[in-house]
Design a protein around this ligand. Structure first.
Ligand code: ATP
Ligand code: MG
Length: 563
């Protein structure tokens, strides 16, 4: 597990931009873009790229960041994904304004550019099968073999390419290839495919096209058409850069984008690859793209993460050139820091056991004052009802307390938060020996939780008045995978074997203090002593509250960080 990058190295892209601006390159203009393929929902890795690209646009004068949908593969792309991408970027706090583009807007221009390459003798139509193209490509140690169709005349190539476009040939029967070098050390330069024939309905262009540009052909030209100055991408595209540059050299663009690669985000105990995430969704291992266990932006949002915590996380991990794995505990740490300030405190009992205060008058109810936020007076106070019958957490009682267990046990006095000192006198069990009720007494002189005679108690526990409690469903989440790097498993194993069976625990019949019934979907709160929770954005309502635990209170990052 790597440590956090220093702030210094977080800026290596900024340093490059600074130097270029000083040298007057592009007249000081900075234009970036975020180019998702709309074939899935965005995940936290994409957030890193969004924050980097839109951040640069915010940090330099007159700089822009385009949102471009790289929609060149109609068989996997959908409008639903386009919509979700826009929603997620806005939620993270960024705005593209008028700078929304689609690679599919350039299909005509890309076609014209391809014709130019053919005319210059730099591209040809190949009739080898996909299988053969692959075989002829060679390997890292062996040069490729030239296709027998490589020497077709310009006229024949133009004719065939136009007929490909006109739909005269079957899917997969021909491709357009760049004519570069079948012996190149870089495999990407061995006459890469630029166009394929594919009869698929595109989410924007419909059935207008039956040939589609390959990503490697469309990407750099789309950047150039938009006047992008810095084409920032992840390290796996380093090997593609010579190809992108080759294409740009063949065409006359005023501004040539400079590609800069950075290390993608890898996060422990999850997968950051759309292909893998699609598998989880389609095979119903999760409830959908926005399942609160998913590393998608939609999932994190539903779980209760804030945009601020995600931006803070991306700041801390920085931007570097070396691949590494970041511990999920750091992301959770950032969230805790944010919610610790923002979230009000409430009391909720997840696994209730009933307490009867025998010396408290039957039918009486009193309202006790409770602080909404212990460190922030401006959050105010609220009234919490107290009565003869209460619920406490089953875990806060032990009939035979082990050493160092200071919470409730027979004969021991403890503090009920904001209320009274209370002593357990009798344990009531059912026929199976299961504890069902605790009979207790309270000391009326300790109202508010302080004893006038200076008597001390060693524990303070939370509670909810039984008659006033609101029933709720609470979902507890844990890591989706039980190992750190599930996508790194050897190929003969199934990566899904490492799904954490206990990643979701649903608790029914939880007891909330009444004010929680007014929480609106998406609202966050700290349940005292338990963790941060979020009213579920889909299923929560006042009649049947549903809360998701975002994170427990205990912070494992602080420990990891020290190590
Ligand atoms: P995936 O591997 O999840 O399918 P992708 O790279 O195919 O991701 P794109 O839609 O092409 O998905 O990504 C859009 C942008 O987000 C690209 O510029 C890509 O480099 C960047 N990106 C994708 N994954 C990560 C990641 N884990 N960390 C940082 N940036 C990423
Ligand atoms: Mg990609």
């Amino acid at each position: 597990m790597s440590s956090i990058e220093s702030a210094e190295s977080a800026n290596f892209i900024y340093k490059i931009i600074d130097e270029e601006r000083e040298a007057g390159k592009n007249r000081g203009k900075v234009a970036t873009r975020f180019p998702p393929e709309p074939n899935g929902y965005l995940h936290i890795g994409h957030a890193k790229s969004i924050i980097l690209n839109f951040g640069i646009a915010n940090d330099y004068p007159d700089a822009t960041c385009n949102l471009r949908m790289d929609d060149t593969n109609p068989s996997r792309e959908e409008q639903e994904y386009v919509d979700s991408i826009m929603e997620d970027i806005r939620w993270l706090g960024f705005e593209w304004g008028d700078n929304l583009f689609y690679a599919s807007d350039y299909f005509e221009q890309l076609f014209e550019m391809a014709v130019k390459l053919i005319e210059a003798g730099k591209a040809y139509v190949d009739s080898l099968s996909v299988e053969e193209v692959r075989k002829y490509k060679g390997t890292r140690t062996e040069p490729g073999v030239e296709s027998p169709h490589r020497s077709r005349s310009v006229e024949e190539n133009i004719d065939l390419f136009k007929r490909m476009k006109a739909g005269e040939f079957e899917d997969g029967s021909m491709v357009l290839r760049a004519k570069i070098d079948m012996a190149a050390g870089n495999l990407n330069l061995r006459d890469p495919v630029m166009y394929r024939i594919l009869r698929a309905t595109h989410h924007r262009t419909g059935d207008e096209w039956c040939i589609y540009p390959m990503y490697d052909w469309a990407h750099g030209q789309s950047d150039a058409l938009e006047g992008i100055t810095h084409s920032i991408c992840t390290l796996e595209f380093e090997d593609h850069r010579p190809l992108y540059d080759w294409f740009l050299e063949q065409l006359d663009f005023a501004v040539r984008p400079r590609q800069i690669e950075f290390a993608r985000l890898n996060l422990s105990h999850t997968a950051l690859s759309k292909r893998k995430l699609i598998e989880l969704v389609e095979e119903n291992h999760v409830s959908g793209w926005d399942d609160p266990r998913m590393p998608t932006i939609a999932g994190l949002r539903r779980r209760g993460f804030t945009p601020e915590s995600i931006r803070d996380f991306c700041d801390r991990i920085g931007v570097a050139k070396k691949d590494s794995m970041v511990d999920m505990a750091l992301l959770e740490h950032c969230l805790r820091e944010d919610l610790n300030v923002k979230a009000q405190r409430r009391m909720a009992v997840l696994d209730p056991i009933k307490v009867v205060i025998e010396n408290y008058p039957e039918g009486d109810v009193e309202m006790l004052e409770a602080a909404n936020h212990p460190q922030d007076e401006s959050a105010g106070i609220r009234q919490v009802p107290f009565s003869r019958e209460l619920y406490i957490e089953r875990d806060d009682f032990r009939e035979e307390p082990p050493r160092k267990f200071f919470r409730m046990s027979p004969g021991r006095e403890v503090r009920f938060r904001y209320a009274y000192f209370i002593t357990c006198n009798e344990v009531v069990k059912d026929e199976n020996g299961e504890v069902i009720e605790l009979h207790c007494s309270y000391d009326p002189a300790t109202r508010g939780g302080d004893s006038p005679d200076g008597r001390k108690v060693k524990a303070t526990i939370h509670w909810v008045s039984a008659a006033h409690a609101v029933d709720a469903t609470v979902r507890l989440y844990d890591r989706l995978f039980s190992i750190e790097n599930p996508t790194g498993v050897k190929s003969e194993e199934d990566w899904l074997d490492n799904l954490n069976e206990n990643s979701l625990k649903t608790l029914e019949n939880c007891k909330l203090e009444p004010s929680l019934a007014q929480y609106v979907p998406g609202e966050k709160v700290q349940f005292e002593r338990l963790g941060y929770f979020c009213a579920d954005s889909e299923e929560h309502n006042w009649a049947m509250p549903v809360f998701n635990r975002v994170v427990p209170l205990r912070d494992s990052w602080a420990k990891l960080d020290k190590k």
